[in-house]
Every structure is written in structure tokens, then in C-alpha cells.
Design a protein around this ligand. Structure first.
Ligand code: ATP
Length: 417
């Protein structure tokens, strides 16, 4: 029996408690990760890996630093979903680097470590738990906003040990399909999380209505609304539904993320909606929409100058940035905080993603807008352009001067798509 009453699983000698070195490494690694999200499902094949992977990509595209950990030991599918199946992580003596899918997204999966795709893993619980611990302690995740963990289906060793290792602040996202058999299994996942003591961040209903890729009509193959009903019944947030669509299946087969299908594709729109509460959790959107105090007036341009963009219609701030006639581009001297130059440019026709790219090419580092959707904000952030939304009106110079004086107060972001 342990000599030290406060020690659980550590090594005790002479009454002094020495924590297991791996526990210490895990604690240190987790200390650098702000939000841990375990994606699970009661049932297999409901699209959990698809959802986990695409949430991770969407968050990373929104400017978040994200790690994606695939702990589905028996069927690691994340490498394939992101076309990373031929990658091998760089290893040092006792650490391993995640595979970089992008600057903001690092990925780790047992799939990277198996000698061949045909290799089957026949491991019992303790070995699987050891692997999950190692994936936390030995992978050099660094500072992350989110670690997204894709678990195998059910309520077995992997989700249990993932939640236990990540600690009580790890949150679960449960994926289901709408039909009754899946819902019954998901109910078990809800009970499981409640028993383990981890918060359920939300439920996602996947394959919710089949969207015909030719005519766009929707057929409710598995019914619709089962996930939302369960969320209501169990008092859990309903994060949204992703339709069943041939493009989603194709994205999985061909190894590209759903966001590549575009903001206005049914699945892209669904995903944007789903990540909003996660972005809120990270404080990003809240910070941008805090109406209680003036925005900070920070300047981020290099070489002593920051180029600020303001959408304009009839010489005044245009509330709907996607429909503005012109963009005012004002150069600000970082040291004197004064406007040194200004020009009015006509933007290219509004298509998803075009304006952030165009403004980045024009050298903008900050956009001050009235209303702007979450996805557009994400694209600006990803292009290295800081976003301030909720500006109230006035001509561009007055708005920028108010910002520079730390006196720009913002109201509601009226655009919510
Ligand atoms: N909304 C969707 N529309 C069309 N196909 C989808 C959708 N979501 C997932 N799929 C497809 O369903 C299949 C199963 O998805 P996925 O591997 O993500 O499920 P899973 O729940 O992680 O499976 P497992 O139980 O094996 O871990 C894949 O072929 C995927 O491309």
C-alpha cells in the first residue's frame, strides 16, 4: 500500500511523494492546451471521424492553433481523410512531432506509425490506454487553442481513458445520425459522460437528410431531428446538423476537407454553424464583439505602417461588407498613429473567400466592418487580417481615427450568416 495518502499511482519513498515522470509530462503538455474536445459516438459509422477532422480543419482555418489526435486504434481514418496517409512523424529519443496539415493544424494518429495499411492492431485495453497516454505525453503539441480527439465508437477503453487522461475540463462532442437505433446508442454516450464527470459540449446530427447533388432536393432517409430531440431531452446543447451529401462522401474518399466545398455548400454552411460555439468558447468572437468597451486600437502592420480596410457605400461605412461598393484603404503610421494615405478601390464581385484574399493582396492588416459572418471573419484571420466588427457608421477616416484613439465602440454584429 502507498505510504503517502495523497499519492495516487505515484512512487512513494520515505513518505515523500514523487509523481510518475510520464504523469508530469502529461500535466505539462495539457497545461499548454486551452480546450480539449473529445469527439465520440455511441454507434460506428455515423461519421465521427469525418466530423472530428472537419471541425479541426474549420477551427484551424479560423485562426485557431489546433491539434487533431486520432485514437481510433483499430481503424485510424484521419490520415486518409486529410491525404496524409504516406506521412511519417519525425521522432527524437522520447518525443514525436505531429504531422503538419497546415501552419495551424498538427495531426497525430496510430495510422502514421503502422508499417503498412494492412496491419491490424490486436491490443487489449491497457496497451491502448498506454498509447493514448503516450500520444499526450510524447507528442510535441506545443501551445494549442484546441486539441480535438477522434475516438472509436462506443463507450470502451479509448473514450474512457481519453477523458480520464485529459481531465475534468475536457469536453465531449457526441455525433449521431437521426435514426432511432443510433439515438439509443448515443443516449448511452450521454450517460457515460455524466458518469465519468465530463461536460458534454454538444450533440451533432450527421447524415441528416440526403441532399440530391443534382436538384438539391432533400430526402430524409434516416429521418431528421432525432439528435436535436435527444439534446433537448438530455439538456445538452444541439450544435447542428450536417446533411448527407455525395460531396461529403467524396471529400472523405479523396482526402480533402469539407470546407474546400465552399462556404455555401450545404455541408460547409453546416460546419460554419457548428464551430461557432467552439469559437465562442475560445473567446475569439466574443472578444471581437465586446460592446462594453472601446476596441483596443492595436496596429499590426510591418515596416511602420498598417493598412486598414473599411467597406464603404455612398462615402459611409457599409454595414454589409460583402455588398459594399468600395473599400477605403487607409495607411496608418504605427508610431504617430495618424493616417498618412488613403484610396478608394472597387472590390471584385462578391464570392466566398474572394474579398479576404483580395484585401490581403492589397496589404490590408486590419478590417473595420459593421456586420460580418463568422466564416468571413475566419477567412480574414487566416489571411493575417485582424477583424473588428460592429462599427456603427460614419466615414472611413472618422472610424479609423476613433480606432486609433482607442475610442471606437462597437455594437452588435448584425450579420449572422
Ligand atoms: N454527411 C455525410 N454525407 C455523406 N457521407 C458521409 C457523411 N458523413 C460521413 N460520411 C461517410 O460515411 C462514412 C463513415 O464516416 P466516418 O469514417 O467518419 O465514420 P465513423 O463514425 O468515424 O466510423 P467508425 O465507426 O468506423 O469510426 C465515410 O465514408 C464518410 O465519408
Amino acid at each position: 500500500m502507498s505510504e503517502c495518502g495523497s499519492c495516487s499511482g505515484g512512487n512513494c519513498s520515505g513518505g515523500s511523494c514523487q509523481e510518475n515522470p510520464q504523469d508530469l509530462k502529461i500535466k505539462k503538455a495539457l497545461g499548454k492546451i486551452k480546450h480539449k474536445i473529445v469527439v465520440m459516438s455511441g454507434k460506428g459509422g455515423v461519421g465521427k471521424s469525418t466530423v472530428a477532422t472537419n471541425i479541426a480543419v474549420a477551427l484551424s482555418m479560423a485562426g485557431m492553433k489546433v491539434g487533431l489526435l486520432d485514437v481510433d486504434v483499430h481503424g485510424p481514418s484521419v490520415p486518409r481523410l486529410l491525404s496524409l496517409q504516406d506521412e511519417k512523424p519525425h521522432m527524437e529519443r522520447d518525443c514525436m512531432e505531429p504531422i503538419a496539415w497546415s501552419r495551424n493544424l498538427g495531426v497525430m494518429s496510430l495510422g502514421f506509425l503502422l508499417p503498412s495499411k494492412e496491419d491490424a492492431v490486436i491490443w487489449r485495453g491497457p496497451v491502448k490506454i498506454g498509447l493514448i497516454r503516450q500520444f499526450i505525453s510524447d507528442v510535441t503539441w506545443g501551445d494549442l487553442d484546441f486539441l480535438i480527439i477522434d475516438c472509436p465508437p462506443g463507450t470502451g477503453d479509448e473514450p474512457l481513458s481519453a477523458l480520464q487522461e485529459l481531465g475534468p475540463d475536457a469536453k465531449a462532442v457526441i455525433v449521431t445520425t437521426p435514426q432511432g437505433v443510433a439515438i439509443d446508442d448515443v443516449r448511452r454516450s450521454v450517460t457515460f459522460c455524466n458518469q465519468v464527470g465530463n461536460e458534454i459540449f454538444g450533440i451533432i446530427e450527421n447524415m441528416s437528410g440526403f441532399v440530391c447533388s443534382k436538384c438539391g432536393s432533400v430526402e430524409n432517409v434516416f429521418g431528421v431531428g432525432g439528435g436535436e430531440k435527444l439534446a433537448q431531452e438530455t439538456g445538452v446543447r444541439f450544435l447542428g446538423r450536417i446533411p448527407m451529401h455525395a460531396d461529403v462522401a467524396r471529400s472523405g474518399e479523396e482526402g480533402f476537407p469539407i470546407m474546400k466545398l465552399g462556404d455555401h455548400s450545404p455541408a460547409g454552411e453546416a460546419l460554419n454553424h457548428i464551430i461557432k460555439p467552439l469559437l465562442d468558447l475560445a473567446g475569439r468572437l466574443q472578444e471581437q464583439q465586446d460592446t462594453s468597451k472601446p476596441v483596443d486600437g492595436a496596429l499590426s502592420g510591418d515596416n511602420g505602417t498598417t493598412r486598414v480596410a473599411v467597406p464603404v457605400a455612398a462615402g459611409q461605412l457599409c454595414q454589409h461588407f460583402g455588398h459594399c461598393e468600395k473599400f477605403a484603404l487607409l495607411d496608418v503610421d504605427n508610431a504617430t498613429r495618424t493616417i498618412t494615405k488613403g484610396e478608394l478601390l472597387t472590390p471584385p464581385p462578391h464570392e466566398p473567400g474572394v474579398l479576404p484574399r483580395w484585401l490581403a493582396e492589397k496589404g490590408a492588416k486590419l478590417i473595420i466592418a459593421g456586420g460580418m459572418g463568422a466564416r468571413a471573419q475566419s477567412l480574414f484571420t487566416e489571411s493575417g487580417i485582424k477583424v473588428v466588427v460592429g462599427a456603427q457608421g460614419g466615414d472611413p477616416e472618422t472610424i479609423v481615427n476613433a480606432y486609433l484613439a482607442g475610442q471606437l465602440t462597437v455594437g452588435q454584429n448584425i450579420c449572422d450568416h
